[in-house]
Design a protein around this ligand. Structure first.
Ligand code: T1G
Length: 697
C-alpha cells in the first residue's frame, strides 16, 4: 500500500494508505512524492491536501523498516518533506486521530495544518531511544516555542491537538475543527490557493528570552531521568540547535544526533521492546479474530496478598469482583488490605476519592461457592499445594456455570493436572500474576494441553484490559520466568561457593542494570520461598545440584527482612542491606567443607554467568515450544523480573553481545569443576544460531 491521489475540484488530495497506522514506509513515501509531482504538473490543481486513510494521519516512520535498506531508500522522509516545502502550490495537512513522529514532521513541512479535535499529537521517538530525525526538533520549537516543544520531544507522550491549538502564540495549527477535517482542509486550501509566499515553518525564527539558562535547566532536569538512556539529553541538544543555528545547520545537527542514536544498544533495545510487546499478544495457532467470551463478573478465590492484588486489577478496570475465602476474618483482612492500598493512592493524589469509592462498590465477598456460580472468570489464588487446588477446582467444576473460565494463579504447579480435576479441562488456564499483582505488569498465561483457543484469546484480551503484558507459556516446571530464574539462582549460589560474596554478586548485577541482585531480592521476597521450592524439586529432580548456602541460611532462620536478617543484616525498621559477618563465616565454613579454595571472581564473570544462564534456559524454552518466540522471553524478564530496560531483555542482550561470544563463554564455564558442565552446554537453538552467525530476533 502507498498513497492514493485524487483531485476534488481544483484541490489535489494525497491520502497516505499503509494500514494499520500509515507508517511512512518506502512505498508510502514514494506515493507522496509522485502525488506532489502530479499535482504540481496539473494546471487545474491550485492547492494540495495531504491526509491519512483509516485510523491515523500517520504513526510516523515505519518502525518495521528500521535496519533495512528500505528505511533510507529514496525518497527518504527528509526528501519527501523537502519536496512538500518546494511545492509551487500550497500544501495543507488534514490531520486526524493519530499524528506522530515522522507523521507530525511531514505535517510540519506543509504550508498549513488543519487538525481535528481529539487527534493525538506526539513525537515518541525518544521512547525508541531516538529523537525526531526529520526536522521535528527544528520545526516544532518554531511553532510552539521551546518549553512546549521540548516537553513533547523529551516525554514522547501524546498531547490532544485541541490543547496545543489553544496554546498562546502557537503556529502549529492554522485551524481546529470538530469533524470532517478533510472537507475543512480542502475548503481552507481553496481559500489560501493564491496566497504568496505561502508560509513555511523553516522561515520562522526560534527565539527564547533566556535561552542559555533555560537549556541548562532543561539539561539538569532531563539528565536525572536518563541514567541509562542517552536520547533525552540528545533531544535537548537538538532542540537547542534550533535556537543557535540557521535552519539548515540545525537540520544537520539533528541528523548527526539522530544517526548516532540509531546505532546505540539502548535504541536497539527499545525498538526491540516496541515490536516484542506487540508480538507477545499474538498466539501462533490462535487467529487474532478468534471470538472471545464476555467477562462481566470475576470471582477470586483467596483474599491473601495475591488474591487481593488480583482483585484490584479487575476493580480498576471497572469489573465487579467477588472474593471467596474459607473464614470471615481472612475476608476482612483481605478487604482491609485492598482499602489500605487504595487509600495510600488517594493520599498520594494518584487516585480520586470518587474513583476509590466506585471501585470498592464493585467488590463483594463471600464464604459460599454458590455466590460464584454466575462468574464468567474465576481465578484461584490459594495455597500452592496440589491437594488444595484439587479441592477448589472440583468444587468450581460443580458450582460455576458452563462456559466460565477457571484460572489458576499457580506459579509452579502443573496446569494440566489442575485441569484434570474438572470435567471441563478446555475451560481451565493458568493466569500467573506476579507480586504485587496490582502493580507488576507481567501476566503469564499458561495454556494447558486442552485449554480451548477461545479461552486463550479471552484471557489475552482481558489481560490487556487490566493493563497487563500477557505472555503465553506452555506447561513446564516454573513456566517461563521461574524456570529461568532457577538457573540464575543456581549460578548465584555457585558463585558464593567459589569465592564471591553476596554483596559482590548483587553489586555486579545491579551495576549491569538490575534493580536488585539475587541476594537482596531473596531477603526482600523471603529466602524461605526458594527453600520450599528446592525441597520439592530435590524430590522431583534429585540430580539437580544447588549450592547449599541458601539452605544453610534458612536452617538458621535467616529468611530475610521479615526475620530481620537474611543474606544481610538489617537495623530494625530499616531496609538497608548490611554485609553480615555471620553469613560470611557461614559461607567460608561451607566452602571449606567442599574443599574449595576461594578465588577472586571478576564482575564480568558474575554478570555473564547470571545473565547467560537465563539466555541458555530461555533458548531451551523456545526450542521446546514453551514460549512462542525469543522476544516473549524478553517481555517476561523486562516486565516481571526487573531486567534492565536499556538492555532489551536477556535474549536481546545476547544478540547484542553476539551469540558466538555467548556460546564461547558458556564453553569456558563448562570447564569449571565447581559449576555445572551439563547445564553450560549451549542449547541446540543457541548453538545453531551462533554457528550460522544469526541472532534470536
Ligand atoms: N511503524 C510501523 N508499524 C507501526 C507503527 C509504526 N510507526 N506504529 C504502530 N505500528 C503497528 C504496530 O506494530 C501494530 O502492528 C499495529 O500498528 C497497531 O499498533 C523520522 C524515526 C500509533 C498510537 O513511535 O504509538 O517516526 O502488531 O497495537 O494501540 O522522526 O502504535 O498489528 O502487526 O500500538 O492503536 C515514531 C508508535 C516512529 C509510534 C497506535 N512513531 N506507535 O496505537 O495500536 S520513529 C512511533 C504507537 C519516527 C522520525 C522517526 C501506536 C499508535 P501489528 P498498536 P494502537
Amino acid at each position: 500500500m502507498s498513497a492514493n491521489y485524487e483531485v476534488r475540484g481544483n484541490v489535489a488530495v494525497i491520502t497516505l494508505d499503509n494500514p494499520p497506522v500509515n507508517g511512512l514506509g518506502h512505498a508510502t513515501r514514494l506515493g507522496i512524492a509522485q502525488g506532489l509531482e502530479k499535482a504540481n504538473a496539473d494546471a487545474n490543481v491550485k492547492a494540495i491536501v495531504i491526509t491519512g486513510a483509516g485510523k491515523a494521519f500517520s504513526g510516523g516512520a515505519d518502525i518495521k523498516e528500521f535496519g533495512s535498506p528500505k528505511a533510507l531508500a529514496e525518497p527518504n522522509l527528509l526528501s519527501v518533506i523537502l519536496a512538500i516545502e518546494a511545492s509551487d502550490k500550497p500544501t495543507v495537512a488534514a490531520i486526524h486521530t493519530v499524528c506522530m513522529g515522522g507523521g507530525l514532521e511531514l505535517a510540519l513541512g506543509c504550508n498549513y495544518r488543519v487538525v481535528q479535535a481529539g487527534t493525538q499529537i506526539a513525537l515518541p521517538e525518544v521512547k525508541l531511544g531516538l529523537l525526531p530525525g526529520a526536522g521535528g526538533t527544528q520545526r516544532l520549537p518554531r511553532v510552539l516555542g521551546a518549553e512546549n516543544a521540548l516537553n513533547i520531544i523529551v516525554s514522547g507522550e501524546p498531547v490532544p491537538a485541541e490543547m496545543l491549538a489553544k496554546a498562546p502564540g502557537q503556529k502549529l495549527f492554522d485551524k481546529l475543527v470538530d469533524a470532517n477535517v478533510l472537507d475543512a482542509a480542502i475548503a481552507f486550501a481553496q481559500e489560501k490557493a493564491d496566497v504568496r509566499p505561502a508560509p513555511l515553518v523553516r522561515n520562522l525564527k526560534a527565539q527564547h528570552p533566556q535561552r542559555e539558562a533555560y537549556f541548562q535547566f532543561a539539561r539538569n532536569m532531563v539528565g536525572g531521568m536518563s541514567k541509562n538512556f542517552p536520547a533525552p539529553l540528545r533531544c535537548v541538544d537538538a532542540v537547542e540547535a534550533a535556537f543557535t543555528k540557521k535552519f539548515d545547520d540545525g537540520m544537520r545537527a539533528e541528523r548527526e544526533l539522530f544517526t548516532a542514536l540509531m546505532f546505540t544498544p539502548e535504541s536497539k533495545a527499545l525498538r526491540h521492546l516496541f515490536m516484542a510487546e506487540r508480538a507477545a499478544s499474538k498466539i501462533p495457532d490462535v487467529p487474532s479474530d478468534t471470538p472471545t467470551r464476555e467477562i462481566k463478573k470475576v470471582g477470586v478465590i483467596g483474599a491473601g496478598t495475591m488474591g487481593g492484588g488480583i482483585s484490584m486489577n479487575f476493580l480498576n478496570a471497572g469489573i465487579p469482583v467477588t472474593i471467596l475465602e474459607t473464614k470471615q476474618e481472612a475476608l476482612d483482612r483481605g478487604v482491609a488490605t485492598i482499602r489500605k492500598n487504595y487509600e495510600a493512592q488517594v493520599k498520594k493524589g494518584k487516585l480520586k476519592q470518587d474513583k476509590y469509592d466506585q471501585r470498592m462498590a464493585l467488590l463483594s465477598t463471600t464464604l459460599n461457592y454458590a455466590d460464584l456460580k454466575d462468574s464468567d472468570l474465576v481465578i484461584e489464588a490459594v495455597f500452592e499445594e496440589l491437594g488444595v487446588k484439587e479441592a477448589v477446582f472440583k468444587t468450581l467444576d460443580e458450582v460455576v456455570k458452563p462456559g466460565a473460565i477457571l484460572a489458576s494463579n499457580t506459579s509452579t504447579l502443573d496446569v494440566n493436572k489442575i485441569a484434570a480435576f474438572t470435567k471441563r479441562p478446555q475451560d481451565v488456564v493458568g493466569m500467573h500474576f506476579f507480586s504485587p499483582a496490582n502493580v507488576m505488569k507481567l501476566l503469564e498465561v499458561v495454556r494447558g494441553e486442552k485449554t480451548a483457543k477461545d479461552v486463550l484469546a479471552t484471557v489475552m484480551q482481558i489481560g490487556k484490559k487490566i493493563k497487563k503484558t500477557c505472555v503465553v507459556s506452555g506447561v513446564c516446571d516454573g513456566f517461563i520466568g521461574n524456570r529461568m530464574i532457577e538457573q540464575y539462582s543456581r549460578q548465584a549460589g555457585f558463585l558464593l561457593d567459589e569465592g564471591a560474596s553476596p554483596e559482590q554478586v548483587d553489586k555486579a548485577i545491579e551495576k549491569f542494570g538490575f534493580a536488585m541482585g539475587p541476594f537482596r531480592m531473596g531477603d526482600l521476597a523471603g529466602n524461605d520461598i526458594g527453600w520450599a521450592i528446592r525441597k520439592r524439586r530435590s524430590v522431583e529432580k534429585p540430580g539437580m545440584r544447588y549450592s547449599k548456602t541458601a539452605d544453610l541460611l534458612c536452617e538458621i532462620g535467616r529468611y530475610g527482612q521479615k526475620t530481620g536478617a537474611g543474606w544481610y543484616d538489617y537495623v530494625p525498621g530499616k531496609r538497608d542491606a548490611i554485609p553480615s559477618p555471620v553469613v560470611t563465616e557461614m559461607i567460608d565454613k561451607h566452602r571449606a567443607s567442599l574443599g574449595i579454595t576461594p578465588r577472586k571472581i571478576s564482575d564480568e564473570e558474575i554478570v555473564q554467568r547470571l545473565v547467560f544462564s537465563l539466555v541458555n534456559e530461555g533458548a531451551k524454552i523456545v526450542e521446546e515450544g514453551i514460549a512462542a518466540r525469543a522476544s516473549d522471553i524478553d517481555m517476561v524478564y523486562l516486565t516481571g523480573y526487573g531486567f534492565p530496560m536499556h538492555r532489551g531483555g536477556p535474549m536481546q542482550y545476547a544478540d547484542e553481545v553476539g551469540l558466538f561470544n555467548v556460546a564461547a563463554a558458556m564453553k569456558r564455564f563448562a570447564k569449571n569443576p565447581n559449576d555445572d558442565a551439563e547445564f553450560w552446554q549451549p542449547a541446540p537453538l543457541l548453538a545453531k544460531l551462533a554457528a550460522e552467525g544469526k541472532t534470536f530476533s
